[in-house]
Ligand binder design. Structure first.
Ligand code: ATP
Length: 238
């Protein structure tokens, strides 16, 4: 256990997000509080429009907030300049979206090594780590394939490899199985669970799937921009 193991990974305090379109205001996050610990797999569920994607976008610093604060590894995301926040995100966070967001002209290994190149890892080392990560997600034989030469499940596993390759503190996943058939969805979820269990990778996962939500170590439920339930099913820390 490291000396930082007892520190929360992420603390969201009274976070408010208001979308304004014309005369209309939508309070998408309403003084929301959430603490995420190292090693947790947190599923976020709730009805459509309850603020799940907004939570992910705001707590990861992809989008601005209108009130409150978000600490990631003790650092206040919104007290930083945009540049610092982008750099902090590149170092400490990985992302997996429903639409795989792979770069079509790059092969699997090139897609996976991108985050490493962005933080200045030398090309040879970046390639070695990308190939090792592809091996870990079961795609050692597909390193040279472009996204259109891979199945949906394989593309999502490349995305997961890309999200994890730089060793982020937390991976944010928004409906990662939403575009997959049930067999591929199960494979992708098994992989995320294994990475969480074996490597202690913290994952915050938005899902509409009850089975996925209830199999997570922790399930938080949102309604109207607030957390209305927080159920822990497994030890929060390892
Ligand atoms: N860019 C935007 N501009 C204006 N309103 C927005 C914007 N994005 C989201 N909203 C509104 O904020 C609220 C929360 O949206 P959000 O996408 O976070 O919900 P969600 O729980 O992820 O929904 P779903 O399950 O349907 O994806 C909704 O009422 C939505 O209409």
């Amino acid at each position: 256990m490291t000396t930082t193991a007892n520190e929360p990974l992420l603390v969201a305090e009274s976070v408010t997000k208001v979308y304004r379109t014309g005369q209309q205001e939508v309070v998408a996050l309403d003084e929301l509080n959430l603490t995420v610990w190292r090693g947790e797999l947190v599923a976020v569920m709730g009805p459509s429009g309850s603020g799940k994607t907004t939570l992910l976008n705001c707590l990861s610093g992809l989008d601005d907030i209108d009130g409150g604060r978000v600490l990631v590894e003790g650092r206040d995301l919104f007290a930083m300049s945009d540049h610092e926040r982008t750099a902090h995100r590149a170092r400490s966070m990985g992302f997996v979206f429903q639409s795989f967001n792979l770069i079509p002209v790059l092969d699997a290994a090139e897609n996976v090594e991108l985050p490493l190149l962005l933080v200045g890892v030398p090309a040879r080392e970046a390639r070695e780590r990308a190939v090792a990560m592809l091996d870990k997600v079961g795609l050692a034989g597909r390193a040279g394939h472009r996204p259109n030469e891979l199945s949906g499940g394989e593309q999502q596993r490349v995305t997961i490899a890309r999200a994890l390759v730089a060793g982020p503190a937390v991976v944010w996943a928004d409906e990662p199985t939403g575009n997959l058939d049930s067999a591929m969805a199960a494979q992708v979820m098994d992989l995320l669970r294994r990475l969480n269990e074996d490597e202690g990778q913290a994952i915050v996962l938005v899902t509409h799937d009850d089975g996925i939500g209830h199999s997570a170590g922790r399930l938080v439920t949102m309604r109207d921009g607030r957390l209305i339930r927080d159920e822990i099913r497994a030890p929060a820390m390892r």
